[in-house]
Structures are given as structure tokens and as C-alpha cells.
Design a protein around this ligand. Structure first.
Ligand SMILES: *[C@@H]1O[C@H](CO)[C@@H](O)[C@H](O)[C@H]1NC(C)=O
Ligand SMILES: [Ca+2]
Ligand SMILES: [Ca+2]
Ligand SMILES: [Ca+2]
Length: 166
């Protein structure tokens, strides 16, 4: 009897230990992702939109995460969306020194990087200081002009914590 009671409690505990994401977000590992597919904004506006909704422009730290994001964006792509999708990297403070805005971590020193061949290319007279993932570059990393209007990808940590219900 005691054993059954214990197992029941463990069962409930395990079921409810599953972390969760708010509606409209896609879960992967410990993060929740939301693609703003019908809103286009400059990189700075996109940064603020994510923050207003309690998240940050996505930062990609591992091959596993890159792989997930590529698959997710490919599945979600529809005509009318921008070629680029903003994520949270910039070199606007010091040219060539890429960092994730959320953490301040240097992207150049990160073990994993995933620039499309030839990128970052700081194309054009005005240069390119904001990071996006281009549909036509298989959602590899690209530097882009920050004022370009594009869709964007926000990320937040999945809620953790155990709740026993019922
Ligand atoms: C440089 O990057 C832009 C996107 O930011 C891309 O459209 C362009 O093709 C790239 N140029 C070269 C020469 O690779
Ligand atoms: Ca991340
Ligand atoms: Ca730049
Ligand atoms: Ca570029």
C-alpha cells in the first residue's frame, strides 16, 4: 500500500515536472521559441518586441540548437515573409566583434559558429551590423543592415518547477 502510494506520487511528480512554454511558442530543450512571421521590424525594434513579451532575440549556442532553428524556420516559411529572420547577434559596438546582446558573450570566441560561406561580408557602403538567418542561405548566419524590415525569432527559457496537481 505504501509502495503504491509512493509510486503514485512519483508518477504525478514526473508528469508535472515537464517544463512548459506559453501558447504560441515552440519548445526545444530548455527554451521556448516564437517566430513573429507576420510582423516585420528593424533589428532594434525586433529586439524590443521580444523584450516586451518577456523574451529576447534568439541566440544560437550549439549545433543542436542551430539544427532545430533551421528546421523550425523551414517549416514555418511562407510566401510574404522576409528572406531574413532577425536573431540576437550584433557587431554594432565594435565592427567585427560579434556578440549576443542578451548575454554579452563574444560570438567570435564561441566554439560553435555557423556563418554562411563568405559571411559576415559587411556588404554595401553602410556596412551590416545585425545578424539574421537568410532563407536563401539555408538559415545559416548572415550580417545584415540593421534597418532592414524583417521577421524575427524570440527565445525565452522554458518555465521549470514542479507542480503536483489533482
Ligand atoms: C553579402 O551578404 C548579403 C546579405 O547580407 C548577401 O545578400 C550578399 O549576396 C553577400 N555578398 C556576397 C558577395 O557574398
Ligand atoms: Ca538559445
Ligand atoms: Ca558589421
Ligand atoms: Ca552579409
Amino acid at each position: 500500500m505504501e509502495l503504491i502510494a509512493t509510486l503514485t506520487i512519483l508518477g504525478l511528480f514526473v508528469v508535472n515536472a515537464v517544463c512548459d512554454c506559453p501558447n504560441g511558442y515552440m519548445r526545444h530543450d530548455d527554451s521556448c521559441y516564437k517566430l513573429y512571421a507576420s510582423t516585420k521590424a528593424s533589428w532594434a525594434e525586433a529586439f524590443m518586441y521580444c523584450q516586451v513579451f518577456g523574451s529576447d532575440l534568439a541566440i544560437i549556442e550549439t549545433a543542436r540548437e542551430q539544427n532545430f532553428v533551421e528546421g523550425f524556420l523551414r517549416r514555418e516559411f511562407k510566401s510574404g515573409m522576409s528572406d531574413g529572420v532577425w536573431i540576437g547577434g550584433t557587431d554594432s559596438l565594435v565592427e567585427g566583434e560579434w556578440q549576443w546582446v542578451k548575454t554579452g558573450v563574444s560570438i567570435n570566441q564561441q566554439e560553435f559558429t555557423h556563418w554562411w560561406p563568405g559571411e559576415p561580408n559587411s556588404s554595401g557602403n553602410l556596412g551590416e551590423d545585425c545578424m539574421d538567418l537568410l532563407h536563401h542561405e539555408n538559415y545559416n548566419w548572415n550580417d545584415e543592415r540593421c534597418d532592414r524590415q524583417a521577421n524575427f525569432l524570440c527565445e525565452k527559457l522554458a518555465a521549470t518547477g514542479q507542480q503536483i496537481i489533482g
